[in-house]
Design a protein around this ligand. Structure first.
Ligand code: ADP
Length: 171
């Protein structure tokens, strides 16, 4: 199924000059960027993104640290589209804990800190990137960061080739 996922390059990714690198990972996999912008989020926007769900799963302290971290500098927000995009994007991104993220994933290639180390020094895990956890979350998150008219409909050349072959295929 063609899906859309929300991706954020967090302030650590922007400050480390990883914008191009991250976008490239999705593009080279054949996924389509259908919306893209740079934002310096305020607390209100950050709280809409990191909802009570984070408090339930990770605790109030982590949520507060995350909101502070994500408003500390500019971030890049984008919508990535493709077949089963939510799951495929998560695979490209890698595990939440950098220590556990496999090499070849974005987090596994650009960070290494563990949950226990981050917790012991009371810092948020700076893992370069956010991506939606499931299809429902993706819809909700996309609506927080983008207006419908900011998401653009076009075809990548691979789609044109596929459609072209289908159209001209003789039985
Ligand atoms: P993901 O970003 O992989 O979907 P979560 O939604 O569970 O993971 O957590 C949101 C973000 O919170 C993580 O990407 C990470 O930056 C941060 N985080 C999660 N757990 C911790 C923790 N124990 N200590 C510090 N930061 C954390």
């Amino acid at each position: 199924m063609i899906e859309q996922s929300l991706v954020l390059i967090k302030p650590d990714g922007v400050e480390r000059g990883l914008i191009g690198e991250v976008i490239n990972r999705f593009e080279r996999r054949g996924m389509k960027i259908t919306a893209l912008k740079m934002v310096w989020a305020d607390e209100n926007l950050a709280m809409k993104h990191y909802t009570d769900d984070i408090t339930k799963r990770r605790g109030e302290k982590v949520r507060n640290m995350l909101v502070k971290f994500i408003t500390e500098g500019p971030i890049v927000a984008m919508v990535v589209e493709g077949a089963d995009a939510v799951e495929v994007v998560r695979k490209i991104v890698g595990a939440t804990e950098p220590k556990s993220a496999l090499p070849g994933t974005i987090r596994g290639d650009y960070c290494h800190i563990s949950f226990s180390h981050a917790d012991s020094i009371e810092v948020p895990i700076k893992n370069v990137i956010h991506s939606s956890g499931n299809a429902e979350e993706a819809k909700q998150e996309i609506s927080i960061w983008f207006k419908p008219q900011e998401i653009l409909d076009y075809m990548r050349v691979e789609e044109l080739i596929t459609i072209g072959r289908k159209a001209f295929k003789k039985d």
